[in-house]
Design a protein around this ligand. Structure first.
Ligand SMILES: C[S@@+](CC[C@H](N)C(=O)[O-])C[C@H]1O[C@@H](n2cnc3c(N)ncnc32)[C@H](O)[C@@H]1O
Length: 252
């Protein structure tokens, strides 16, 4: 099965300006009381979740493991007129690629689950090394504590229609292999004039991690003022009713 990140144009089909507007409002609300000028997103992908920060006036840097995703992100930055320096690197090795620090280092798009739990701890330590004293570490992720409790097998997305009339239907089929990973099969069907004319299946293999792992690692690094909110954040909800959350913490 194909790896979705080798097909950034297909990955991008899930983003619409309306969805991006929601993320802009989310960041506006979440960072309102933070003194931030420059931000590194170490899982930038093709940038949709990060470009909204440029709109809000932050100076933005990006890094990601996938050259294909960054290439697409660079094209989109150029089209939008944003200056976003991009670096290809693993978020577990940030200090090999960056010598400067940032007011905020983030990982967006539930990307940390791509590495095993020890890798998540390493990535958090690497992100911390690039956060200025008093700065912010931010991440968003699926709520793996909730997913492991509910063990869902199917997830449907609302079908959406593109400007050219094509309608895209997306279904995810989740598998739970014995090694503790979760394999998500992303099945897309493309409809035009009432007929499905193309089907694609992509696979993501993910490593669930608990919020306690994140909290414990950040506490060990001396972080405080932990804020955990739903993503996107409009109103507070019980953690176990929150399918996707973000976490913000301040470095001592
Ligand atoms: C779900 S996408 C999120 C991308 C983007 N933040 C967004 O929200 O659209 C996950 C991203 O994590 C990246 N990634 C996976 N493993 C990584 C690693 N070890 N280091 C850096 N990036 C990684 C993938 O290449 C992919 O671009």
């Amino acid at each position: 099965m194909a790896d979705l990140y080798d097909f950034p144009e297909i990955y991008d089909e899930r983003f619409t300006q309306a969805a991006n507007d929601v993320y802009r409002m989310h960041y506006q609300k979440l960072f309102a009381d933070c003194d931030i000028r420059d931000i590194l997103d170490c899982s930038f992908g093709t940038g949709d979740l990060t470009f909204e920060l440029c709109e809000l006036g932050y100076s933005v840097w990006g890094s990601d493991l996938s050259a294909a995703m960054l290439e697409q992100g660079a094209k989109k930055a150029a089209q939008k007129g944003y200056d976003v320096p991009l670096t290809q690197c693993d978020f577990r090795e940030l200090t090999r690629h960056f010598t400067r620090q940032f007011d905020c280092v983030m990982s967006t798009g539930s990307s940390l689950g791509h590495v095993d739990n020890e890798g998540v701890r390493t990535a958090l330590r690497q992100m911390d090394a690039l956060v200025r004293p008093g700065g912010i570490l931010y991440l968003d992720t699926r709520n793996w504590d909730l997913e492991l409790r509910s063990k869902k097998h199917i997830q449907f997305a609302q079908p959406f229609t593109r400007d050219d009339g094509e309608r895209i239907h997306m279904v995810q089929v989740w598998e739970y292999p014995p090694d503790g990973t979760i394999r998500i099969n992303v099945c897309n069907a493309y409809e035009r004039d009432g007929r499905i004319y193309r089907q694609e299946i992509y696979e993501e293999s993910l490593h669930p991690f608990s919020i306690e792992l994140v909290k414990g690692t950040l506490a060990g690094l001396g972080y405080r003022d932990l804020v955990i909110k739903p993503l996107p954040y409009f109103e507070d909800r019980d953690f176990m009713d929150t399918p996707w959350y973000c976490l913000r913490a301040r470095k001592a």
